[in-house]
Design a protein around this ligand. Structure first.
Ligand code: BEZ
Length: 251
């Protein structure tokens, strides 16, 4: 997410990200006066939801633009600007929650992030999170890769999508006890007639950094065409999401 336009468009057109987060919230075991950190809170939609559930919720994000929207929408909630892989809180939390964030963090920085989470939790604290798991958007990335290759360009997957086994090892190494883990497919409807092209433009940035705009548009058009049989169903675009979801406890 790198400019204000993206932050506003993300808030308006990609609200399914938060809608699906509601169901993840059910994994939090709610206790009286409990505090929770929403790690990578974005525009604060789920931070507010947790606050409405009676939790003392605060949000943390590295995007100035998304935090500006969060502050405007929810002025009574505390939001902190910080990097998820390098933060310290003034007081420890009873829970850390995160939705659709960790796939943005490169593999070599995941342990740093997990150490920050561990240090920010009270003993017995809950860590509940979901992000893109192994195989996430595999059809979309394979199609993009083919279109890059056809133009002698290199497509490097810009996300981290681990298996349960791989991520469990990182969690246990950081000191967490895993109490729940699952990986599941969730085909997700995209909004609008250009749903898939809009999704690619919003989320796939780094592979296009050195590609000129004309070629970029050609790649996106051909990718969309290539995927229409599999991801355009009953006049609607879908993305082939796979989620990895965990609940872990600080021992
Ligand atoms: C996800 O939520 O899985 C996701 C969203 C955008 C880009 C990559 C992954």
């Amino acid at each position: 997410m790198n400019d204000k336009w993206d932050a506003v468009k993300y808030t308006n057109d990609f609200s399914f990200v938060h809608k699906y987060g509601n169901d993840l919230l059910q994994l939090i075991d709610i206790k009286k006066d409990m505090s929770v950190l929403d790690l990578g809170c974005g525009n604060g939609t789920l931070t507010k939801k947790m606050s409405d559930m009676g939790l003392n919720a605060i949000g943390l994000d590295s995007s100035e633009d998304l935090l500006e929207i969060a502050h405007e929408l929810y002025p009574n909630i505390k939001f902190i600007k910080a990097d998820a892989t390098d933060f310290t809180l003034e007081t420890k939390m009873d829970a850390v929650f995160s939705n659709a964030v960790f796939h943005w963090i490169v593999k070599r920085k995941q342990s740093k992030m997990l150490d920050c989470v561990y240090k920010s939790l009270n003993n017995g604290g809950q860590f509940v999170f979901e992000f893109g798991g192994y195989g996430n958007n595999a059809l979309i990335h394979a199609a993009l890769q083919k279109e890059f290759q056809a133009r002698k360009l290199f497509y490097k997957l810009p996300f981290y999508f681990p298996t349960i086994g791989e991520y469990s090892q990182l969690l246990e190494k950081a000191g967490f006890m895993i109490v729940y883990a699952t990986l599941f497919e969730r085909k997700t409807e995209l909004s609008g007639k250009d749903g898939l092209a809009d999704w690619i433009k919003m989320f796939i940035k780094t592979p296009f950094e050195k590609v000129d705009d004309k070629i970029k548009n050609e790649i996106i058009c051909s990718t969309v065409e290539r995927l229409s049989k599999k991801l355009y169903l009953d006049n609607k675009w879908y993305a082939d999401y796979v989620r990895i979801r965990f609940k872990a406890i600080k021992e």
